[in-house]
Design a protein around this ligand. Sequence first.
Ligand code: ZN
Length: 267
Amino acid sequence: MALDSAGDTSLLLESADVPPVFEQNAAGRSPFLLTCDHYGRLIPRALGDLGLPADEFTRHIAWDIGIAGVAERLAKHLDAHLIAQRYSRLVIDCNRPPVAAGSIPRISEATVIPGNEGLAREATEARRRAIFDPYHRRIDEVIDARLRDQRPTVLVSLHSFTPVYAGIARPWHVGTLYHRDTRLPPLLLKLLRGEAELVVGDNEPYAVSDETDYTIPVHGEARGLMNSGIEIRQDLIAGRAGQSEWAERLARIFGEIEIILRAQGLV
Ligand SMILES: [Zn+2]
């Protein structure tokens, strides 16, 4: 149908709603392609407030706190293309397979999301078509174009995690998330662990799986790209100073990784 191929045109998003895909530095020359599934916390006007008080939208359940500021700065430092998604994960989670239970969460941590209760199939599909599909279609298109142009492409998926989840404090400052790639994650872990003051999680606080994740399995692994996710603890990047500090640190580390990968002929 024409509607589906018309990009971000959909029944859910109105003319007053911004498109779901945010891009920065599309002509960036870095081999690193940055994605940010939980960059934003917008709600389409048609969905109101999902039945939640406003303060729930400042919490980690709505988005990855602080990561937008890190992602934008890192893209600039590395001259890397960033593709990010502006709507809240409470509308639809762009890092979950649409068939997964948490794709449109009815409960997040301990918060019930009234606007996600008892959704008809058409409502679920509308969210997917309006937000999930255009975002992932764009990542696909960009990877297609890079492969066609024989440009080296290493996928880095940027996230942040809440310091306390369900009452349990998390000790890590940063974690790598990976599954099948054996090239990038060990390098990233080694260099992060070289930063004396950091507690680094190896697939902590989360590991990647085909059932719970989408961006790494679909755009990284299924495409045969080197890939890793990164999770930064949210209290470290809640403000601009922390975002700048982490962007500079990651830019330095990815710069070193690029040199190593070049020496190995991998990019
Ligand atoms: Zn995330």
